[in-house]
Design a protein around this ligand. Structure first.
Ligand SMILES: [Zn+2]
Length: 268
């Protein structure tokens, strides 16, 4: 499932394919993608628009169409943007097609249909305003993380997944960062020491940067896809040996999701 690094790779690709380019025509193949808003408004805003830039906020993408407004895109569970040339067929699960003036097209593929591609409205702006600090920004310091941790008794894994606190981490990178930092996922956020907060800060940056470097590709693959290899240290590795101590990785249900951790490297 796409989290910050995968969304950032989609952003980089879109920036390269779309920035400064004119969209000749847009086709929406699935009304659900527009989030219940009229598809004709979306199509009208896109047709003939020149893309100024593509930015990212947490797991959201924003396509700036200048005077035509902005598009807010979320990849959901399986969404991805792909570049197709004239003779290529659109992949299964294509929801939106953006035809470019040069005969190329950018398609939004989303097999599970949890993603969206819609005009940025007040509701969308309000959502973006609730998001917490970007973990790869300068603003995200060990001191800031420590202060945020002090604010809640939530288990630290759920703290990390709360988009209003630190934005962009999901189930995968929260588990990976806690493993790297040697912190048990159930530990209340407030109870982390200054040293643990510092280690967690470094671990978050490291796991995001590593994955960003590895995920860069014109056709990104998510770990849940059948042909994908699992590049993670603990995520999805229940029963496999811990890369550090060789004890079996355990799975813990937490907040309706599975957390993967090593009970010996991440003590309570
Ligand atoms: Zn271990």
């Amino acid at each position: 499932m796409p989290e910050l690094p995968e969304v950032e790779v989609n952003r980089e690709n879109l920036e390269r394919w779309l920035s400064g380019k004119k969209i000749r025509r847009a086709v929406v193949r699935d009304r659900k993608v527009a989030g219940g808003k009229p598809v004709r408004k979306l199509v009208a805003a896109l047709a003939g628009a020149r893309v100024v830039s593509v930015s990212r906020r947490a797991k959201h993408l924003v396509l700036d169409l200048g005077s035509r407004g902005k598009v807010l895109a979320h990849l959901g569970m399986t969404g991805k943007f792909l570049l197709r040339r004239k003779t290529d067929v659109d992949p299964p699960g294509t929801r939106v097609v953006l035809e470019l003036a040069v005969g190329e097209r950018v398609v939004f593929q989303d097999v599970r249909r949890f993603g969206h591609f819609k005009l940025l409205d007040r509701q969308g702006e309000a959502l973006l305003e609730t998001l917490g600090v970007e973990p790869l920004s300068k603003e995200f310091s060990p001191r800031l993380l420590e202060a945020l941790l002090r604010e809640t008794r939530l288990p630290v894994k759920l703290f990390l997944m709360d988009q209003r606190r630190v934005a962009g981490l999901g189930n995968i990178y929260a588990a990976e960062a806690l493993f790297l930092a040697g912190i048990h996922p159930s530990r209340p956020a407030q109870r982390l020491s200054r040293e643990q907060a510092r280690r967690l800060h470094a671990a978050i940056r490291r796991t995001l940067k590593e994955s960003l470097a590895e995920a860069r590709a014109p056709e990104i693959t998510y770990v849940e896809e059948p042909e994908a290899e699992n590049p993670f240290r603990v995520y999805g590795r229940e029963g496999e040996p811990c890369p550090r101590c060789r004890q079996p990785i355990r799975r813990l249900p937490q907040g309706g999701r599975s957390t993967f951790f090593c009970a010996s490297c991440q003590r309570r």
